[in-house]
Design a protein around this ligand. Structure first.
Ligand SMILES: [Zn+2]
Ligand SMILES: [Zn+2]
Length: 394
């Protein structure tokens, strides 16, 4: 089959690789019909995260048609499914608490020791996301093997187009969980750093959960315009001082809840950010958390901090004092995708959530390399690239 493989920093290639096969009784093989490039794939593209190997197949946002099943899969050939990016067994201690992304059994990898050292626990299993998370081949390919296929994938009713439901695989439930983690109460003001896909879904989700005002912060005009379309007020941090603007907008109290939908690659030319870049390049610190620092400092006393943005290592100058003295509550984590799928699928079906607005480019899978370049270099207008095997360009 054809697949997008990683070979080093800014070096991904379309290659012919062996087809996946059923390895375990609960496996299914999915023929991919749509797969997206994620902002967190750019962390791999930029080689920020260790333990990728040359030839690894990327991609954790995908859907398709069931073409083969093991004897213990509950799926049937011909069904259309969206597959969560988290690989979860459904029956361990954490899965039974619906904390699917903390599954004990999703990651049998040889690199568990590294996760154990870094985090005190091995990471759970994820598709297409390094050998720290199991080394599972991803879905930017013609076919993919899905372990625990009786637990993860959600069957899509006939008549719902791929473009409506593809983002159930990651960014929609991630934006939703980000808003849920912000513990929004009716009337709240919520500030969201980052108007990428997760931030934009968090904007919609926050309003659904009763937020009175949502303030979206970014520097890309097109992305800020999308946030505005869903009712957010906006701050362009290149034109305005974010902290001062937030204080002015909230009567000097600060937002009730703040969401960092940026993560480890926050960029910009702030003094602390420049220091972070020097530290990252000299291995004195690994993550660049400008947005998180600002969010914690701006949040009102007794407020809530939600962190869907991905961090992988260590953070320097973390404002622990502000966190403690202001009595902030912090919630974070990889998304428990499976927990949210039925509810979100229903909301898409009812027209309560808009998902397709995000797709700026649809490309054949064969043009995945161009897709990565575009997503990396044209972040203002290239909001989401969806790859479709066999797509003929008009
Ligand atoms: Zn993703
Ligand atoms: Zn489990």
């Amino acid at each position: 089959m054809r697949a997008l493989t990683w070979h080093g920093k800014h070096d991904v290639r379309m290659e012919t690789v062996p087809d996946p096969e059923i390895l375990n009784p609960r496996d299914a093989i999915i023929k991919i019909t749509s797969t997206a490039i994620c902002g967190s794939d750019l962390h791999l593209y930029d080689a920020y995260i260790p333990t990728l190997e040359k030839g690894d197949i990327l991609g954790h946002e995908f859907m398709g048609e069931v073409v083969d099943v093991g004897p213990k899969s509950t799926l049937k050939k011909g069904q259309r499914v969206v597959v969560p990016f988290t690989i979860s067994c459904g029956s361990c201690f954490h899965c039974s608490k619906q904390q699917f992304s903390a599954c004990e059994n999703g990651n049998p990898a040889e690199n568990q020791d590294l996760g154990q050292t870094l985090y005190g626990e091995p990471m759970s299993g994820l598709f297409g996301y390094t050998h720290l998370t199991g080394g599972y081949p991803g879905g930017q390919a013609e076919y993919v093997r899905v372990p625990f296929s009786d637990v993860g994938p959600i069957v899509i009713p006939d008549g719902m187009p791929d473009d409506d439901v593809l983002f159930l695989s990651d960014i929609l439930p991630t934006g939703w969980m980000a808003a849920e983690n912000a513990q929004i109460e009716p009337g709240d003001t919520v500030a969201i750093w980052g108007c990428g896909p997760v931030g934009l879904f968090a904007v919609q989700s926050a309003f659904k959960m009763g937020a009175h005002r949502v303030i979206a912060i970014d520097h890309f005009p097109h992305r800020l315009a999308l946030a505005k379309r869903f009712g957010a007020e906006t701050i362009n941090y290149e034109e305005t001082d974010t902290y001062e603007a937030l204080m002015e907008m909230t009567g000097s109290i600060g937002p009730d809840a703040v969401i960092d939908a940026v993560g480890l690659e926050a960029h910009g030319f702030f003094a602390d950010n420049v220091v972070d870049q020097i530290k990252a390049s000299t291995f004195l610190g690994t993550d660049r958390p400008h947005a998180l620092r600002q969010a914690i400092v701006a949040c009102r006393k007794g407020g809530r901090v939600s962190i869907p943005g991905v961090y992988g290592g260590f953070v320097d100058k973390f404002p622990a004092g502000a966190m403690m003295e202001k009595g902030l509550q912090i919630r974070t984590g990889q998304t428990h995708v499976q927990k949210y799928l039925p509810q979100l699928l229903e909301m898409i079906g009812n027209g309560e959530l808009d998902t397709t607005f995000l797709i700026s480019h649809r490309l054949p899978l064969e043009q995945a390399v161009e897709g990565y370049k575009m997503f990396k270099n044209e972040q203002d207008t290239c909001t989401k690239v969806v790859l479709k095997p066999g797509l003929e360009l008009a």
